[in-house]
Write a protein that binds this ligand. Structure first.
Ligand code: SF4
Length: 301
């Protein structure tokens, strides 16, 4: 078998920073360390943090004074922020800079009297936080089917749009095009983060080369779902969480296999999946050819 590994796999900068902050706190702090909500959408990483004594909490009622609380890369809304800063805690802000940019656009638009549309998943913590910044007044759209006519009984004079950082560019473009048919004057901010855009583009390039594409990540990870969706438009996709999900019946002799992973998937899981794929390849073909996608992808940046 021939295995091609996508260039951008595993932790993005934002997730890595939040994780580094958490590990650093756990190592140096004598006070209990918590994350406000799960730090990332990946159960292996959450277990790893629990082993370091870092617990995830949704409320601060029972948290002892003096505790250190880490805000995850998805960020939190102003109500939760007010709640945790009103106690005697040390707050460590792991909110990703790209997420802060979306929150800032949303706040600015709201302050200037714009009505806001958010493209994204309504219950995703990042979107929930953005909604909170505009007092829950935003219209959240997560699929093209939701863009029906009329979106508003009376179309607002000033209307702006932002999106979840991990949205697919295809969906963003299609949704904006459809919305503009009703609201040509809408002010649009494409807030998909560069790391997501590059990862999606590179995964798509690899998918074009292979018979079967593996997308590694948690079932609850939004950016992993988007990767699987995009690759699935091109080739056969198997979405797996760890190497234990691999099934030898999926493979055929001399098959071309692609590998990508979501932004919250740790390197150690990716390495274990690749190792198992190599073992399977050797058992079927007696050998394995493995390379990263650098040879194929030049256009993603
Ligand atoms: S996916 Fe993008 S916005 Fe989200 S944490 Fe990573 S770098 Fe930041």
């Amino acid at each position: 078998m021939h295995i091609i590994i996508s260039k951008k796999t595993g932790f993005c900068q934002g997730v890595k920073r939040a994780l580094d902050l958490a590990i650093n706190e756990a190592t140096k702090s004598e006070e209990p360390v918590y994350t406000f909500g799960p730090l990332v959408h990946n159960s292996q990483v959450i277990s790893y943090l629990e082993d370091l004594g870092i617990e995830s909490i949704d409320r601060v009622d029972d948290v002892p004074a003096g505790s250190h609380i880490i805000i995850r890369s998805h960020g939190i809304g102003p109500n939760d922020l007010r709640e945790i800063t009103s106690h005697n805690f040390e707050i460590i802000d792991g909110t990703c800079g790209k997420v802060i940019t979306v929150q800032t656009f949303a706040k600015d638009l709201d302050e200037k009297g714009y009505s806001l549309i958010i493209l994204g998943e309504p219950e995703h913590p990042e979107v929930r936080a953005i909604r909170e910044y505009v007092n829950d007044k935003a219209l959240v759209l997560s699929s093209l089917d939701e863009i029906v006519e009329p979106l508003y009984e009376q179309i607002p004079e000033k209307i702006g749009l932002v999106c979840q950082t991990t949205l697919s560019l295809e969906f963003f473009n299609a949704a904006v095009k459809k919305i503009r048919m009703q609201i040509p004057h809408i002010e649009v901010h494409n807030t998909i983060c560069g790391a997501t855009r590059r990862r999606q583009q590179e995964a798509r390039e690899v998918a074009k080369l292979v018979d079967l594409m593996f997308v590694i990540g948690s079932p609850v990870s939004s950016n992993t779902s988007k990767l699987a969706e995009l690759c699935g438009e091109i080739t056969m996709v198997k979405r797996i969480e760890t190497q234990d999900d691999l099934d030898e019946n999926w493979f055929e002799s001399r098959m071309k296999i692609g590998v990508t992973a979501g932004a919250s998937t740790p390197d150690w899981i990716i390495m274990r999946v690749i190792k198992k794929l190599m073992e399977i390849s050797r058992s079927i073909d007696g050998d394995v050819e493995i390379e990263n996608a650098d040879n194929y992808i030049t256009s993603a940046d």
